[in-house]
Design a protein around this ligand. Sequence first.
Ligand code: ZN
Length: 469
Amino acid sequence: MSLSASKIRKTALRGRLLSFDADPSQSAKAARFIEDGVLVFEDGIITEIGEAADILKRLDLDVPVIDHRPYLIMPGFIDPHLHMPQTQVIGSYGAELMDWLHSYTFPEESRYSDPELCGSSSVFLIEELLRCGTTTAAVYCTSHPASVDAFFAEADRRGMRMIAGKVMMDRNAPEALLDTPERGYEESKALIERWHGKGRLSYAITPRFAPTSSEAQLLATGVLAAEHPDMHIQTHLSENHGEIAFVRELFPWSKDYTEVYERHGLVRDRALFGHCIHLTERERTSLADNGASAIFCPTSNLFLGSGLFDLAGMKMAGIKVGLATDIGGGTSYSMLTTAMEAYKVLALRRQTLKAYDAFHMMTAGNAAALGLEDRIGRLAPGYEADVVVLDGHATVALRQRMERVQTLAEELFVLMTMGDDRVVAATYVAGKRVHDRQAFTHRPMEDRPEFQLRAADLPAESLAETGDQ
Ligand SMILES: [Zn+2]
């Protein structure tokens, strides 16, 4: 028997469901956990979530139920800061920010004048993110418009919610990477027309950071931002002391780094500032008052020795905070590993990061930092069906450790301490399974207890993406 096209659009997942309705640091009832739950989605949107016993008895018998028990099912992870052209820069030895940019990153980004490389790197990055359970990211491409075309084309092909933009820079970088204020503006504008709002894609206005943009370019960027008041802006802010001193030299009129962006109308809602490690009180107040988001990138901050993010201070100031990998200054694609490194950074600051807070940050918290809290980051009716399935017993060491675990909070903390891409059993984008760990290891379908379906003939299209990963 084959299922009709109208029926196969509806699918259900069964497993241990976890989602956050609010920030667990603010509300004791923020986490919603169902030990044996079912999540139903149709045409890429979640339609129902609840106890398996309730939902299964009224679910149409033709709806495939993919049984992921005993795995955890969560909203797909969200990574609000990373660089597409830096997948071959990760782990470049021994430099601080400005040296690292000039010695490794700029030479690598110069290669992206080649559209073929833009294409192959975009495919690699997206597949790697999906393998790690990340379904949405805010992505810096290079200054070449072709890099944005390639990335968006690949994300769109897979139906992903992605944010990306062309880096604008017109000074203090190799000639091959520089645009001009006019070209940066025009090229961004053309890309916005081509991609913004297509499928689930959104454009981000992307001046790399103050040191690589002239005042004229920041002015043009401000004009572009004013023309698109709801659009994301992404840039870097206050990562490293050398960088801050350089900004002081380049913009002597400015009382601090943040004012350089403020002056050009770039500190606002949906503005994403990577790092924000060494901010003054005034700068924090400005980010909070203007509704901007600070993005905490712990593996990058440790790797480049940039400094220790002050999460408690940022939250106290009322700033929205996101947690991100910052590939390739960052060293892992995994949001679980990133959360563990965040915990360690905060431990050095005598602060803590509870497991619920960390998992909230990776999902609903990061959605809020991106201003997308009404669409992604939660398992709730009306939300987009981007989902990650986590296997807490994926490695020998995890199985040994999990024997002593007694609460969900303990389980989650072990998962983020010892977990990485290996614990991601499956990833769904808009209701479609796009990563399947078992297919990745080439085990035949029949051997997989988690994919025993109530309706055995799951449509071929829902497995089409998994065969060669
Ligand atoms: Zn960055």
